[in-house]
Design a protein around this ligand. Structure first.
Ligand code: AHG
Ligand code: MN
Ligand code: MN
Ligand code: MN
Length: 337
């Protein structure tokens, strides 16, 4: 593989082609999906950047299947992705946080051999207060016969992903993705409308600096989770306390911890017995990225990528980031410490 440095001017399209060339049997379909996702990301970035000026802030007035009040940008981002992806001929179905059921490819369009699952806008509660939000996506190969994708094609363990990534609409717009050959970051140059390679082969520090957790749920945590948080905060176990940074957008918290080292924890608790975050289009794609970067992602009891999904929108507890902190979570939640 061509070894790029952060100063070489490499567009995401060129990088995708270079990666594809390593696989003579590649048909270019996965590359096409990644191009289309990059296009959708630019379109969403354009809307997010000017959300305060157009009438696209605030609530849509509808609830999604999660029981959340949909924000106008949730719905708009969802439409942008569906319209950018539904006619490329590479997908046979899609699934979105914002849609109750799988999204079929419209009649008249060719069906391909991949399914796409996505969180069109992550961190919606932050839109109106101008705090970074994101998009998260996951690609898997169709495993059933027939032309259209089915629920069975979606309900595969995360280790079956062929590509995954996220976009963060922050101080700059960045797209980070993996196809299993490392995790690579691209920064949007708005003056030319191109994602340029800025973070080749990202590696997460083995030991974290930051802890991202919403501890307003402490009263609902199990004793093991409370013990784990005391360890993270340096109150037990003798480790240096982690600095607490919690944005309320999973993508923003995850991205900071990926680059600087840290752990994001969203435990299950009495009021959310399976946690809050969604397995298929939040935990799985970020788990693929973090493992490619040398980190870990766990439910607290097993590797996220090994969980066998039962439902499209199922939730999972999530401990994700630096290896040391996630392994500590596994040990303490198993009662080994
Ligand atoms: P989404 O906006 O896609 O529904 O995701 C929101 C998620 C995630 O982004 C964030 O980490 C978490 O909700 C915050 O939950 P709390 O407000 O309960 O801390
Ligand atoms: Mn939501
Ligand atoms: Mn989300
Ligand atoms: Mn969302």
């Amino acid at each position: 593989m061509v070894r790029h440095t952060a100063t070489s001017v490499v567009t995401i399209e060129r990088f995708i082609i270079e990666q594809e060339r390593q696989f003579p049997e590649a048909t270019g379909e996965l590359s096409g999906i990644l191009y289309d996702i990059a296009l959708a990301a630019k379109m969403i970035a354009n809307k997010v950047r000017s959300a305060g000026l157009a009438d696209i802030l605030g609530a849509q007035g509808t609830d999604n299947v999660q029981g959340e009040a949909q924000q106008k940008l949730d719905v708009l981002s969802n439409e942008i992705i569906v319209k950018a992806m539904d006619h490329g001929g590479r997908l046979c179905a899609m699934a979105s946080e914002e849609e109750p059921d799988i999204i079929p490819i419209p009649e008249g369009f060719r069906c391909g051999k991949y399914v796409l699952l996505f969180d069109p806008l992550d961190g919606s509660s932050n839109i109106d207060v101008n705090v970074p939000v994101g998009t998260i996506f996951s690609v898997m190969r169709k495993i059933t016969n027939g032309r259209h994708g089915t629920l069975e094609d979606m309900l595969q363990p995360g280790r079956r992903q062929v590509a995954a990534g996220y976009v963060i609409y922050g101080s700059s717009t960045m797209l980070v993705y993996t196809t299993g050959q490392g995790a690579h970051g691209f920064t949007l140059d708005p003056s030319i409308g191109e994602f340029l390679l800025s973070h080749p082969d990202i590696k997460i520090p083995n030991t974290g600096k930051f802890l991202s957790v919403n501890d307003s749920y402490e009263q609902h945590w199990s004793d093991e989770v409370k013990t784990l948080m005391r360890h993270y905060r340096g109150l037990e176990g003798g480790s240096k306390p982690l600095s607490v940074r919690y944005v309320g957008s999973l993508v923003a918290d995850f991205h900071r911890n990926l680059l600087a080292g840290g752990v994001f924890a969203y435990p299950a608790h009495a009021k959310s017995p399976k946690g809050k975050l969604r397995l298929l289009y939040e935990a799985n794609p970020l788990a693929f990225i973090v493992e490619q970067a040398g980190g870990c992602a766990s439910t607290g009891h097993c590797r996220i990528l090994d969980v066998q999904p039962e439902e499209l929108h199922e939730r999972t507890p999530l401990y994700i980031g630096s290896k040391h902190e996630v392994e500590l979570a596994n040990d303490i939640l198993a009662g080994n410490v």
